[in-house]
Structures are given as structure tokens and as C-alpha cells.
Design a protein around this ligand. Structure first.
Ligand code: 1VU
Length: 311
């Protein structure tokens, strides 16, 4: 009987997903109402300029079966530092992820054993007149990344410096190789954080720790970063670097992506909406909207039928 209930629930769930695109509510469309901080014509013009600073790529692989996507920074000769072209690539990959109906999670990592050493200094040298535009573009992309209805993890291997450290704060969680290092070294390079890290660090760790990280330029070991609350998990020392992505996928899947994609997207969108909306009544209204989509639905019925014990 329980098996039949689960089968019926699964079929109804599949049908619901099929019609999801024509339903009026979707987590991303509801949250994106808050994201039009920077106007689109400006972003299009900046994108054209950034595109001219070539080198590297940002690639995306989505796995429909697990619901886990992997976004890879690809500029290993320069420790995956970001060129203008890579910034545009990343914006496009985030747009792809915003439309991914079956997604649960996202892992961001770099190729060649390093996460990201910040802005590509060759690009930075040529774009010294262009800071405001570049920051606006990165703010748009990394805010959209931060607010994706997926649980996101930055897998920090090797060095994560400057803009790379900023990128890591746009993910929900940070998993670190035992030998990796992370530092907000911008101040040492004569600038302040410009890709959103100040704002996100204050939310994440509070003003005291944010100020410490950003004003010291200290480069932290994995243990130190864990102590600061900057990272959430350190991978076992015994793992080869090539095994770390699989281990990170396991960590993400078993901890935060074990349930139905719609539920995970509902949870993440509610959290983002609440963070963005200071008015408690509006935030509670959104929570109710999400909640009532699931209440009495096939997932809840299947869970009730299974007589689950939470021991
Ligand atoms: C937007 C604001 C910001 O992001 S401020 C932060 C800017 N980033 C930096 O200042 C990083 C400077 N680089 C470093 O500290 C080191 O290269 C790090 C990342 C620690 C890696 O050291 P290590 O593993 O010994 O390699 P290496 O120094 O030999 O570097 C290998 C090649 O990569 C290059 N590289 C590295 N980082 C960048 C970067 N951000 N932009 C451009 N190129 C970079 C190095 O120059 C080196 O190139 P080459 O082999 O000498 O041709």
C-alpha cells in the first residue's frame, strides 16, 4: 500500500514538474523582483567592453540525475584569475542556472588545483579606468549567484585570493582542502573589496570579523579559516586533489541536497527573500506562498504515508 502511494505521489510530482513552467509562482521569479539594482542597458554596454579582455573561460556542467551542477573557472596558467571575458562567461552561466528547473545544488571550483587568485592582473592593468563598471557587473552576477534557488558551495583548493575570496562568499557554503589558503588581500593591492564581499561578509560573520578579514589582508590556512567561521568543512588530508570534487559532491548531496528539488528551491528562495526583505509581514507572506504550494501536495502525502520516525 505504501509503495503504491509513493508511486502515485512520484507520478503526480512528475506531472507537477512538467507544468511548473506555466505556473504563476516560481521561486526565482519571485526573488528576482528584488534584483534589478543595476539597469539592464548599462549591463549590456559593460558586457561588450569586458568581453574584449580575453582569456580563460567559465564552464558549466549540470547533472539532471543528481541535481548538482559544477561551475569551473578555467584559466589555470594564471591561477584561475578572472579576465573580463570570464566575468561575462560567469554571468551567462548564472543565467543558465536561474532557469534550471531540476537543480538542487551547485559547486564552484577552479581547474589545476587552485580556486581563484582574484582579478587577472593583466586585465586589471588595462582596466584601471573601468572600476565602477566592472564592480557593477560583478555585483549583478555575484548577487544573482548568491540568490540562486540552489544550495551552492565553493570548493577552495590551492589559493583563493582577493576577488577569488569575494567570489567564494557568493556561495552559501565553503569547503576547503586541508592545505588550501584564503585571503582578502585587496588592501595590500591598494584597493578595497569591490565584488560584494564587504556586504556579504558583514551578513555572514558580523562587522567585527568582516573588518578584521578585510583590513588585515591576512591569508588564512584551512584550520584558521574554519576557526573564523569563514569555511564550513575541511576535506580529509588523505584525499588526492583529484578526489576532492567527488568528496565535495558527497558532502553537499548528503547534507543539503538530499530532498526533492522543488522543496530545496522553496527553502532557499524563502531564505533569500527574507534576507532581502526587511519588512517582516511581506517576508512572512512569501513564506506562506511557498508553504501552501507544498501543503497537501504529493510530497507531503508520501512522507505521511511512509510513517517516518526522526530518531
Ligand atoms: C580584483 C582585486 C583583486 O583580486 S586583488 C588580488 C589580485 N591577485 C593577486 O595579487 C595574486 C598574485 N599572485 C600570487 O600571489 C601568486 O601567484 C599565487 C596566487 C599565490 C600563486 O603562487 P604560485 O602557486 O607560487 O604560482 P606563481 O606565483 O608562480 O603563479 C603562476 C602564474 O600565475 C600568474 N598569476 C597568479 N595570479 C595571477 C593574477 N591574479 N593575475 C594574473 N596572473 C596571475 C603568475 O604571474 C604566474 O605567471 P607566470 O608563470 O610568471 O607567467
Amino acid at each position: 500500500m505504501i509503495k503504491i502511494n509513493i508511486l502515485i505521489a512520484t507520478l503526480i510530482n512528475m506531472a507537477t514538474r512538467l507544468f511548473k513552467s506555466i505556473l504563476t509562482w516560481s521561486p526565482q521569479s519571485s526573488v528576482s523582483r528584488f534584483l534589478s539594482v543595476i539597469n539592464q542597458p548599462d549591463l549590456l554596454a559593460i558586457r561588450k567592453d569586458l568581453q574584449k579582455f580575453e582569456g580563460g573561460s567559465v564552464d558549466l556542467h549540470t547533472d539532471e540525475e543528481t541535481g548538482i551542477a559544477v561551475m569551473t573557472l578555467n584559466n589555470p596558467e594564471k591561477r584561475n584569475s578572472l579576465t573580463g571575458k570570464m566575468m561575462v562567461d560567469m554571468a551567462d552561466r548564472v543565467s543558465q542556472l536561474e532557469k534550471w528547473a531540476n537543480g538542487r545544488g551547485l559547486i564552484v571550483l577552479g581547474t589545476g588545483g587552485h580556486f581563484c587568485s582574484g582579478g587577472d592582473l593583466t586585465f586589471v592593468q588595462k582596466a584601471l579606468h573601468y572600476g565602477g563598471e566592472m564592480a557593477a557587473f560583478q555585483h549583478d552576477t555575484l548577487t544573482r549567484l548568491h540568490n540562486l534557488p540552489l544550495v551552492s558551495v565553493a570548493l577552495l583548493q590551492g589559493h583563493t585570493l582577493g576577488g577569488g575570496a569575494e567570489l567564494s562568499t557568493a556561495c552559501d557554503f565553503r569547503v576547503m582542502s586541508s592545505t588550501a589558503r584564503i585571503g582578502f588581500v585587496q588592501i595590500k593591492m591598494g584597493v578595497t573589496a569591490g565584488w560584494g564581499a564587504t556586504t556579504r561578509l558583514v551578513h555572514l560573520l558580523g562587522r567585527h570579523k568582516a573588518l578584521g578579514l578585510l583590513s588585515s589582508a591576512k591569508v588564512f590556512s584551512a584550520e584558521e579559516a574554519l576557526g573564523e567561521g569563514l569555511v564550513d568543512h575541511i576535506l580529509p588530508y588523505s584525499l588526492a586533489q583529484s578526489e576532492e570534487l567527488d568528496e565535495c559532491k558527497k558532502w553537499l548531496s548528503s547534507n543539503y541536497c538530499a530532498y526533492d528539488a522543488d522543496l530545496i528551491q522553496g527553502v532557499k528562495s524563502s531564505v533569500v527573500y527574507s534576507e532581502l526583505n526587511p519588512d517582516i509581514n511581506t517576508s512572512l507572506k512569501f513564506e506562506r506562498e511557498v508553504f501552501t504550494k507544498f501543503w497537501g501536495g504529493p510530497l507531503q502525502k508520501a512522507a505521511l504515508a511512509a510513517k517516518i520516525k526522526h530518531k
